[in-house]
Design a protein around this ligand. Structure first.
Ligand SMILES: C[S@@+](CC[C@H](N)C(=O)[O-])C[C@H]1O[C@@H](n2cnc3c(N)ncnc32)[C@H](O)[C@@H]1O
Length: 257
């Protein structure tokens, strides 16, 4: 088949992968993957079940090396020689180092985590792979992050609606004066800071269980330049490690700065 590279779509129906059940996942992947189509990319997927998604990526990236990891033994029928499969745990950082050394010594272009969907395990492999084995400009995708809203899931907890604080005009005026004072009298900052923290508390309620909690940690990383500002934050300054973070239903896309 001859593909028009600009329009090549990811057709998952013919493959043994649950990605076929989520057409919106595939459309988002297309947006990020198109510029990489004819490149010799290195892609790592954590969690491969029966290997169907590896075959899908192999056929989509005609020059790519496709690497998979799963705690179960997985055998993939691949005549191309462009697929490598490893057995082990996503949280085993020594194994992740070995995989990277053997398959992507210059770093992966794409890493997809479709693995345990457990917050603390996802966190270990994310920071290890992101910091050490993802190229600058590389893409890290976390799938199915909303398992953190499922009561039935390992570390998920059902969402219970908690109303945010009501708008109270008097309190708002006090907070407004406080903000004004903070700007005009910086030397009072150490007194005003805890007061402000107290008066602004619990305005917004946040569900932070499991993978949902980890995604919110990643939002903080996106704000790192402001968190560490010399004037208004907690120095020493450092910019965010992320060039972009996009959250969509079921997927998080992060581009490394
Ligand atoms: C949702 S399935 C993967 C589906 C596959 N990516 C696809 O698109 O067809 C999740 C896989 O993660 C594996 N898994 C779960 N916890 C793991 C862990 N801690 N380390 C490695 N693999 C794990 C499971 O064995 C399972 O095969």
């Amino acid at each position: 088949m001859i593909y028009n590279m600009d329009n090549k779509t990811i057709e998952a129906d013919a493959y043994d992968t649950d990605k076929a059940e989520h057409p919106h996942y595939l459309r988002s992947y297309e947006q990020y993957f198109r510029p990489l189509l004819d490149k010799e990319i290195r892609l790592l997927e954590l969690g491969i079940y029966r290997g169907g998604s590896l075959l899908l990526w192999r056929d989509y990236f005609q020059k790519g090396l496709i690497v998979g990891l799963d705690l179960q033994p997985v055998t993939v029928d691949d005549a191309s020689g462009r697929i490598r499969v490893y057995q082990g745990m996503q949280q085993d950082t020594a194994l992740l180092d070995r995989i990277a050394r053997e398959t992507a010594p210059e770093g992966f272009d794409v890493i997809i985590d479709d693995c345990s969907h457990i917050g603390e395990l996802t966190r270990i492999s994310f920071w290890h792979l992101f910091d050490h084995h993802l190229r600058t400009g590389g893409l890290y995708v976390i799938e199915d992050w909303s398992t953190g809203y499922w009561d039935s899931f390992f570390d998920g907890v059902g969402f219970s609606y908690q109303p945010n604080l009501k708008f109270r005009p008097k309190l708002f005026r006090i907070r407004s004066s406080l903000a004004h004072l903070q700007r005009s009298a910086p030397r009072l900052r150490s007194i005003l800071r805890p007061l402000k923290r107290l008066l602004n508390r619990k305005q917004f309620r946040s569900h932070d269980y499991g993978l949902v909690g980890f995604v919110k940690e990643l939002v903080d990383e996106s704000g790192m330049a402001d968190i560490t500002r010399e004037d208004n934050g907690r120095p020493p300054y450092r910019p965010s490690k992320f060039r972009e973070m996009r959250i969509s239903p079921g997927q998080v896309f992060i581009v490394k700065a």
